[in-house]
Design a protein around this ligand. Structure first.
Ligand code: CTP
Ligand code: MG
Length: 254
């Protein structure tokens, strides 16, 4: 009965893609090569991030958003490194803010993608279990899913002042209710596209995609993040990243 044969959409109900914004300069890391192209354990941070996404069986497409003038270089990097073959790779040039870079990545998604992960190139060491947990929560019906961890520091809201000047404290949110959010953040594709169409954030743009979905009024849930999904932002983070890699290599040796 040909009417009963499955359509392609039924055989692969939710193709999952990962968009990796990697177009930032890395000002806080200090002068030099764009952050995503700097080496960690001899391999560019971006390649670690691509491997981390492709390590998930669910992810069949990775869209890398390269520095605006760096797409050819990033294409070469991807061609030069061994990456899982069950995954396709696309490279597009990025924009002036993270929000714009993500939007440019979303523009490149083919029609058949229904679940989208957005993952910072600056979080090169996220374990595959974290990626899978996010994908699973989206496939289970959550429109937006964020991996996050409780904070160790108490957080204060201040009135920002001149650099170096004491700043008045406005409030101290209850720490137990706060979470530090990581990536990959996972989304139902239509929800994320709607958020990027509807939400304009001035200045630096949105630093997090789930926040844009919240502004739409859609629900966002948190799943457990992982210590190793930390963001490489400042020089000391590079020291930590090298240490994590060294520990992984040592463990693999046994
Ligand atoms: N990003 C991007 N396009 C931009 C700015 C940032 O794709 N115009 C990406 C970065 O490459 C990074 C992620 O967004 O993978 C998170 O941003 P962040 O850690 O702030 O990186 P940078 O913006 O590069 O660093 P800095 O803010 O210190 O310059
Ligand atoms: Mg930035």
């Amino acid at each position: 009965m040909s009417s009963m044969s499955p359509t392609p959409a039924e055989t692969s109900p939710s193709r999952t893609a990962a968009v990796i914004p990697a177009a930032g300069r890395g000002v806080r890391l200090g002068p030099g090569t764009p952050k995503a192209l700097r080496a960690l354990g001899g391999t560019p941070m971006l390649i670690h991030a691509v491997r981390a996404m492709a390590a998930s069986r669910a992810v069949t497409l990775v869209v890398v958003v390269a520095p605006p003038d760096g797409a050819p270089e990033v294409k070469n990097l991807i061609a030069d490194h061994s990456l899982p073959e069950h995954t396709d790779y696309l490279v597009v040039p990025g924009g002036a803010t993270r929000q714009e870079s993500v939007r440019l990545g979303l523009d490149a998604l083919p029609e058949d993608v229904s679940v989208v992960l957005v993952h910072d190139a600056a979080r090169p060491l996220v374990p595959v279990d974290t990626v899978d947990a996010v994908v699973e929560a989206v496939r289970d019906g959550a429109p937006a899913v964020v991996p996050a961890l409780p904070l160790s520091d108490t957080v204060k809201e201040v009135e920002p002042g001149a650099p170096g000047e004491p700043e008045p404290v406005l409030s101290t949110p209850v720490r137990a209710r706060l979470r530090a959010v990581q990536t990959p953040q996972g989304f139902d594709r239509d929800t994320l596209l709607r958020a990027h169409k509807a939400v304009a954030v001035d200045g630096e743009g949105a630093t997090d995609d789930a926040g844009m979905v919240e502004r739409l009024g859609a629900s966002v849930v948190v799943v457990p993040g992982h210590e190793e999904a930390f963001k490489v932002t400042r020089p000391l983070d590079l020291v930590l990243a090298e240490a994590v890699l060294a520990r992984r290599r040592a463990n693999d040796g046994f």
